[in-house]
Design a binder for this molecule. Structure first.
Ligand code: CAA
Length: 260
């Protein structure tokens, strides 16, 4: 498999995936999502691999979101498809892996970036990390599971505050809300992630697989929320606010929303 947007290393029982588009702050375009999806399938079937770390290349960003430039001209149907395929190919796949996935959040984790981190089983952050779901500042909503997974992690009140203000939180506050498990300096982050992954890799892989299934069972009943998110995400693509929000981002100016 040729991969242009991600790097993969396997050291003993620990695989590390690095999203590698640093000039675009590791934004998730469709090619990157496909490469991640294929790699996760391979790793799920590789019995040598017992724990997985996902991180971003460079010192600035884990992932700054879905690739806004790629979807700015999408129709309602294309928007819905983008969201549904993202759920299937990447975000649900990460959550449903048979081995633990640690997100090592080494900088901005915004929109689809925070959604990717929230799909992982554990989140470790560097002290420069900034986390948020800024989609409503673009005239769209979180479309990769964020409307469901953020509330699970921080409660509905905090989730709605973050989503409706489009605000970013720092790593310390994110830890106090339960959004990340622990915070390290940027230099220490990968060593800490590797230490945790190695500890996981020493345990019974079969028991861990069953434990992941059991813990996930608690949220399976609420999966209808994902379809509601996909439909609402698609609907945004038919609005003037969406056109204004994405155009303003690309023109590097503040949007002026009319509410239509
Ligand atoms: N998509 C596409 N390109 C992006 C991007 C994104 N999500 N985030 C950053 N980039 C690009 C910028 O356009 C810029 O590219 P150029 O040099 O070609 O202009 C490059 O990365 C560097 O970014 P900035 O110059 O903006 O860097 P900064 O330090 O001034 O700002 C930032 C950093 C605050 C993270 C800012 O880049 C930003 O706000 N990014 C967008 C964050 C965002 O809104 N994410 C949500 C995306 S929508 C989504 O994810 C939908 C979903 O749920 C499915």
């Amino acid at each position: 498999m040729t991969m242009e947007n991600i790097l993969l290393t396997i050291d003993g029982h620990v695989a590390t995936i690095t999203i590698n588009r640093p000039k675009q702050l590791n934004a998730l375009n469709t090619a990157t999502i496909q490469e991640l999806s294929d790699t996760l399938d391979d790793l799920n079937g590789n019995s040598e691999v017992r724990a997985i770390i996902i991180t971003g290349s460079g010192e600035k960003a884990f992932v700054a979101g879905a690739d806004i430039k790629e979807f700015a001209s999408f129709s309602i149907e294309e928007g819905k498809r983008l969201s549904a395929e993202g759920h299937n190919k990447l975000f649900n796949k990460v959550e449903n892996m048979s081995k633990p996935v640690i997100a090592a959040v080494n900088g901005y984790a915004l929109g689809g970036g925070l959604e990717l981190a929230m799909s992982a089983h554990v989140r470790l952050a560097s002290d420069n990390a900034m986390l948020g779901l800024p989609e409503v500042s673009l005239g769209v909503i979180p479309g990769y599971g964020g409307t469901q997974r953020l509330a699970r992690l921080v409660g509905m009140g905090k989730a709605l505050e973050m989503i409706c203000t489009a605000g970013m939180t720092n790593a310390g506050d994110a830890k106090s809300w339960g959004l990340v498990n622990a915070v390290y300096t940027q230099e220490e982050l990968m060593a800490a992630a590797n230490k945790m992954a190695s500890k996981m890799a020493k345990q019974s892989p079969t028991a861990i697989g069953f434990a992941l299934d059991a813990v996930r069972a608690s949220v399976k009943a609420n999966e209808g929320g994902f379809q509601a998110e996909i439909d609402a995400f698609g609907a945004c693509f038919g609005t003037d606010d969406f056109k204004e929000g994405t155009t303003a981002f690309m023109e590097k100016r503040k949007p002026e929303f009319k509410g239509a």
